[in-house]
Design a binder for this molecule. Structure first.
Ligand SMILES: Nc1ncnc2c1ncn2[C@@H]1O[C@H](COP(=O)(O)OP(=O)(O)OP(=O)(O)O)[C@@H](O)[C@H]1O
Ligand SMILES: [Mg+2]
Length: 251
């Protein structure tokens, strides 16, 4: 479904993404892990066309979308739930959801899907006509994911959905992501710093460090590599304890 070849992103002299290649098959959850500044968000923004890569190629559904404008990618089903959620606080919950469906003309189906989201998230339903600012952080994250779903994603990219949430709320967000994948077969590219939780969900993972892929494979393999590094290099143990871990690796 998604194949990224040797992608490069630069901001002036900052080389944020350095020859990243990755793949994702239909129905997969693939995690991209890495510490602050590793290039995770830059990678997602380049995949959506918000940042123009200076090298490499992106294939989506077998087509080369490297030079497509963002709007065409969204219409083709490539959807990003951005870092920091980007909810419009002055709009109501219902209006925020409708934003996700802005390019759709099948209004009846949209209304049915909104009803479905309200069934899933009673907290949103009860306050549908209130400004989004009344929602808690976790509820805002649910709203951002609901808005993403209304765009009918073939591939949903989530940028640190658990960021800033309490352990209880992150559990709810991870449970929702798992349900979307298991029950609806939703393909998901999940960027996370919470290595442990992301590896519980993902079928495969990539670890980025300073813009490069330094590890990839099945979750067990990533965990084992981490353990090895902790044993031989004295790295990684602190990061692997508790929530909000950073994936680290020798390069
Ligand atoms: N618009 C920009 N202009 C200049 N430099 C940028 C810009 N956006 C990101 N960078 C730099 O690119 C590098 C990668 O940033 P990016 O946001 O992709 O990291 P990240 O892995 O998402 O980090 P975090 O976990 O903190 O969100 C960093 O050094 C960052 O300072
Ligand atoms: Mg980021």
């Amino acid at each position: 479904m998604l194949a990224v070849h040797e992608l490069e992103v630069r901001y002036g002299r900052v080389h944020a993404v350095r020859g990243v290649s990755l793949t994702l098959a239909e129905g997969e959850v693939v995690a991209v892990l890495g510490a602050n500044g590793a290039g995770k968000s830059s990678l997602l923004r380049a995949l959506l066309g918000l940042t123009r890569p200076c090298g490499g190629a992106v294939l989506f559904g077998g087509r080369d979308i490297t030079r497509w404008p963002t709007s065409a990618r969204v219409r083709d089903g490539l959807i990003l739930v951005p870092e920091g959620r980007r909810i419009v606080m002055t709009l109501t919950i219902q209006e925020n959801l409708l934003m996700g469906a802005f390019h759709r003309r099948d209004h009846r189906a949209v209304a049915a899907e909104i009803a479905d989201i309200y069934d899933r998230f009673p907290h949103l339903a009860a306050r549908r006509h209130h400004p989004a600012s009344v929602l808690s952080g976790g509820e805002q994250q649910m709203l951002a994911i609901g808005r993403g779903l209304l765009a009918r994603p073939r591939l949903m990219m989530l940028d640190e959905p658990s960021l800033g949430l309490s352990p209880k709320l992150s559990n709810e967000v991870f449970a929702l992501i798992r349900r979307l994948n298991r029950e609806n077969g939703q393909s998901i590219l999940l960027v996370e710093q919470n290595t442990q939780r992301a590896l519980e969900l993902a079928g495969r993972a990539y670890v980025l460090e300073l813009g490069r892929v330094v590890m990839e494979g099945a979750p067990e393999r990533i965990v084992a590599d981490h353990a090895l590094q902790a044993a031989y290099l004295g790295r990684g143990t602190a990061e692997r304890r508790g929530g909000g871990q950073h994936a680290t690796s020798a390069s």
